[in-house]
Design a binder for this molecule. Sequence first.
Ligand code: APR
Length: 251
Amino acid sequence: MMQAEILKAAAVLKQAKHVVVMTGAGISVESGIPSFRGEEGIWKRYDPIVLDLEYFFENPQASWAAIKTLFYDFFGEARANPAHFALSELEHAGIVKSIITQNIDNLHTEAGSKQVYEYHGNTRTLTCTSCHSVYSREQVDLTAPIPRCPKDHGMLKPNFVFFGEGIPEREATLSHQEACRCDVMLIIGTTGEVRPACNLPRIAKQNRAKIIEINIEKSLYTLEHVSDIFLQGKATTMMQALKHAILDKPV
Ligand code: APR
């Protein structure tokens, strides 16, 4: 049954004119980065308040302690996995036009994908909250209890989107445009619970795109029949099978 679904999804992707991919934490789980929700999820061990913007400014030391453990210690070792590389190969082959990712782990870029919209920002750069200078993570001392700006000693904030913070203007606009223009959207590894990101597949669907979903279990997209084709399985397994079926390579 699954092979038939893979071949069906591959046929849809091969004949598509503009394929957009939407990824969530699930695509990076096999790189060793835990997802946010689910049994082993980050929110089972940390209170999401640590990533709330107001809390960050009122309790910088506590918030920074969690941020470092979660996003700089973990992500530091994580490497792109075969699912990330498969998407990069499909972009190179002209099948995938862009990736909208909710992830801040930089693994799509590391795998070679070029057209990546980081809807929730990234951990690569940080901004000074007083002089607004921007630094790469290598340019600052992240071991300090509260990392500070080399110029004016202001507190640094990672450039990912905190709860209560807006989506970066450029990413919001371009991602919305992509959701409107795609004729196929491939969703990989997301619960579809967090707004406004979770609206993008629905916007694509309203614009008559075909929706293909990869997840190890049903998400809101599956349960609410947004997905037209549901490939139940791990991102690496499904993406490698899809890539081979699309590029006609023997598995
Ligand atoms: N392969 C495919 N899917 C997987 C895998 C895997 N190996 N492992 C887990 N999943 C699926 C889970 O079934 C779940 O549907 O990935 C999804 C992960 O869901 P979340 O942890 O909620 O991640 P995501 O949907 O990306 O969260 C969205 O919430 O906390 C905020 O800003 C954070 O960007 C994040 C947003």
